[in-house]
Structure formats: C-alpha cells, structure tokens
Design a protein around this ligand. Structure first.
Ligand SMILES: C[S@@+](CC[C@H](N)C(=O)[O-])C[C@H]1O[C@@H](n2cnc3c(N)ncnc32)[C@H](O)[C@@H]1O
Length: 230
C-alpha cells in the first residue's frame, strides 16, 4: 500500500505502543501472552492495511484475540489510530498490531499456535517473476500450515480475479481443501457476516465483484501415513 510519509510517525506510534507487539518480542509460543485473555483463540490478519477489518472483527468477536500484521509502519500507524478511536481510547483486550513481514511467520509462531488467518486484498504481484511474493504462493501456504493445526482455515478475499484463480490452484496443488467459494461475495449467502475492508469498499464501489474462499489446512502427511499403518 502506497502512503505519503506520516508526520511524526515514530512519536505517534510510541503514543500507541500499548496496541503494539514489537516483532523482536514475538517469539514462537509467546503471542497469546500479549493479550488480556491469553487462552482465547488467536487469529491473524496478514497485510491489515488501515485496519477496518481487524477492528470490526475484534468488536464483533470479543471472545477471540486478533493480531494484525503489516509490514509498512505508516500504514499500521493509521490502523492503530483508527483502533484507538474505535475503542474510545480504552485499551482493547483482544486486538494488537505488529510491524512484520509475513515471510518470517515461522520465526514468530510455533506449530498450531494460530487458529485462523485472514488475507484481505493481498497485493496481486501479477508478473510471473514476482510469483513468490504472493501471499498464496506455496512457501507462504507451507508456513500457514506449520503455524495452524489441520482443519484450521485461511479465509482469502480479493477483487483480483487473476490472483484469485492463481490462489485456488495454489491451495489445491498444496493439498488444501476449499469450501464456500464465491466469485461475488456481496451478492452471495456469505455476505451476511462480511466485514468490509478499505480496499473492498473501494473496489466494490467501482463495480468489481469480490471473490472469497475458505481454505482448510490439510491433515499432516505424517499423520496420514501413521493412520495407514495402524
Ligand atoms: C492491497 S493492501 C490491502 C490492505 C487491506 N487488507 C485492505 O483490504 O484494505 C495489501 C497490504 O498488505 C501489506 N503486505 C503485503 N505483503 C506483506 C507481507 N509480506 N507482510 C506483511 N504485510 C504485507 C501491504 O503493505 C499492504 O498494506
């Protein structure tokens, strides 16, 4: 996401440091401790942008914890300032933000630590040479599979049909089952619970249909083969 440099960004982030988890403090097995109720399920949004989705989810689901990951500091500042306003300057119990790159997820989370991942309007990286940067490329799916248990889900929304078709193929090629696929989320039965993101509102207003899929972490290969030897 392109954004003009924020004035006094460091100072403004420091004022909201109670909403942040520093990436260098996020070690495997520690994430839940940063929340008031560590035993609640932990959901990640990767590439949270300006934060509307994660803030909406945190308000709707106080029984879950949400960690929003975003690699651009000025973008996450915008999300944190919105969050602070949305929770009326009280410290929310169940939402935190981290400036981090999703390429390093397995350095931050241990096996099965995460209960679900949301990918919303991820950068499409349309050039073939940039395929490895797509958040549904095999190496990312492998990390999601490590930090979530079998059956947990990645829920992916995008207006970009090319990225969506690519992602369906990538999930399938890597053994993920998919459900609840729609090529027009806003006119589907899945729209009732939908919380829109900033990009979603923008693209939808321009007439682009929104695609969405729920992809399920495959059963572990070792567990599969163990089953057959019983
Ligand atoms: C197109 S924007 C969408 C923002 C928001 N999810 C929405 O729907 O409005 C994609 C966001 O993902 C972030 N992003 C892209 N790749 C990332 C990565 N590897 N790790 C963390 N954030 C990433 C970008 O900085 C950008 O803010």
């Amino acid at each position: 996401m392109r954004m003009r440099k924020k004035k006094h960004g460091d100072e403004r982030r420091a004022l909201l440091s109670h909403l942040m988890i520093a990436a260098d403090q996020l070690k495997p097995g520690t994430a839940k401790q940063f929340f008031a109720q560590p035993n609640r399920p932990l959901y990640l949004e990767i590439g949270c942008g300006k934060g509307d989705f994660v803030i909406g989810m945190a308000q709707r689901h106080p029984e879950w914890n949400f960690l929003a990951i975003e690699r651009v500091p000025d973008v996450i500042l915008c999300a944190m300032e919105k969050c602070d306003a949305a929770f009326l300057h009280e410290i929310p119990e169940n939402v935190r933000f981290c400036i981090a790159n999703a390429t390093l997820l397995t350095e931050y989370f241990t096996c099965g630590e995460v209960d679900g991942i949301f990918l919303n309007f991820s950068d499409p990286w349309p050039k073939a040479g940039h395929e490895k940067r797509r958040l549904t490329y095999a190496s990312f799916l492998s990390q999601y599979r490590t930090i979530m248990s079998p059956g947990k889900t990645v829920i992916f929304k995008t207006d970009n049909r090319g990225l969506f078709d690519y992602s369906l193929e990538s999930f399938a090629a890597n053994g993920w089952k998919m459900t609840d696929i729609t090529y027009d989320l806003h006119n589907s039965i899945y729209n009732e619970d939908n919380i829109q993101t900033e990009y979603e509102r923008n693209f939808s207003a321009k007439g682009f249909p929104i695609n969405r899929v729920v992809a399920h972490v495959p059963t572990d290969i070792q567990a599969d083969s163990a089953d057959t030897t019983d």
